[in-house]
Ligand binder design. Structure first.
Ligand code: IPM
Ligand code: MN
Length: 356
């Protein structure tokens, strides 16, 4: 298979982890006889420094012209405590989602058995957890009108959803539930928010078209509690942009570490695959970041954008085997991990390449 992949490392550890993701893709291509070509492009703080724009037009064009994008992370601490900054790295990410129509963000929360002890949640509560989040990604309070009034003393962010936007993400979630344990939990705040009442109405309206899927509705506060109390009760979860952002960070603890979680953003154009973790400037440049989320993002890329199931599974098996052999990056190591089993970013990559 011939495919063109754009690598967009972004900021911080994005650079280090996508390097490993790319090597893994190269190795897969060599082993399975595919011809993948690569290009790179800038986004986020790196793009602001180079061009003044967090999503340069050139990057956007390259994304549209590629078969898939392997993405790193965006962000820089210098903006975090500067609420007045007009240009921010995150604007590049949000504009990319909007411009590419990436309305469905899939975040699989899958716990590798070997990492049962890495979570702060009790192993007996976690064991067997396997949740697939569908986070809506191009609407909600993220993209509504925002601003200041009363001489800047009052601020507002408008949350907006259309029937069409809710229906297309809900259908994706229903279809995914069909291929899994056939349970869908729709999360909203319909006791308070009008957008959530529309959300619930739309999900209820299309539910009869999927009679094989058992649907439940939960309020987001209760869902946040239930995720920790009994994560195994969830199969597919569908929710709005902001709730999905928050719940998936929470759910990352079910998988042991943010460093393990991959995501796929798909919709109208090229699919984008990225870790759910951020740019992590506290460990940037030290070579110790966990590259497994980027590698697992590459696995999602092969599966979802290219339909290469066996190749994708080969990567997941390599990650599993590395963990079974006792290897850990720092974020998933614990007191019982012997020093010689603790891997830096590059060494983790090499262990994976050997296994592929
Ligand atoms: C994510 C991130 C982004 C988001 C930030 C960086 C804008 O937290 O992808 O989850 O809030 O969507
Ligand atoms: Mn987030």
């Amino acid at each position: 298979m011939k495919k063109h992949i754009l690598i967009v490392p972004g900021d911080g550890i994005g650079q280090e982890v996508t390097e490993v993701g790319r090597k893994v893709l190269e190795k897969i291509a060599a082993r399975f006889g595919h011809e993948f070509t690569y290009d790179e492009a800038l986004i986020g703080h790196a793009a602001i420094e180079a061009t003044g724009n967090p999503l340069p037009e050139e990057t956007l064009q390259k994304m549209k012209a590629s078969d898939a994008v392997l993405f790193g992370a965006v962000g820089h601490p210098k903006y975090d405590n500067d609420p007045a900054a007009k240009v921010r790295p995150e604007q590049g990410l949000l504009k990319m989602r909007k411009e590419l129509g990436l309305y469905a963000n899939l975040r699989p929360i899958k716990l590798f058995d070997e990492l049962l002890g890495a979570s702060s949640i009790k192993p007996e509560i976690l064991k067997g957890s396997d949740i697939l989040f569908f986070r809506e990604l191009t609407g909600d309070i993220y993209f509504g009108e925002k601003g200041r009034k009363n001489d800047g003393d009052t601020a507002y962010d408008l949350a907006e959803y259309s029937r069409f936007e809710v229906e297309r993400i809900a259908r994706k979630a229903f279809e995914a539930a069909r291929t899994r344990r056939k349970k869908l939990c729709s999360v909203d705040k319909a006791n308070v928010l009008e957008t959530s009442r529309l959300w619930r109405e739309v999900v209820q309206k299309i539910a009869p078209e999927y009679p094989d899927v058992e649907v439940e509705h939960q309020f987001v506060d209760a869902a946040a509690m239930m995720l920790i109390k009994d994560p195994r009760r969830f199969d597919v979860v569908v929710t709005a942009n902001l709730f999905g952002d928050i719940l998936t960070d929470e759910a990352s603890q079910i998988a042991g570490s943010m460093g393990m979680l991959a995501s796929a953003s798909v919709g109208d154009s090229t699919g984008v695959y990225e870790p759910i973790h951020g740019s992590a400037h506290d460990i940037t440049g030290k070579g110790i970041a966990n590259p497994l989320a980027s590698v697992l993002s590459a696995a999602l890329l092969l599966d979802i954008s290219f339909g290469l199931k066996e190749e994708s599974q080969t990567i997941i098996d390599a990650v599993d085997s590395l963990l079974k052999d006792g290897f850990r990056t720092r974020d998933i190591a614990d007191g019982s991990t012997p020093a010689e089993k603790i891997l830096n970013t590059e060494a983790a990559g090499n262990e994976l390449l050997r296994r592929i």
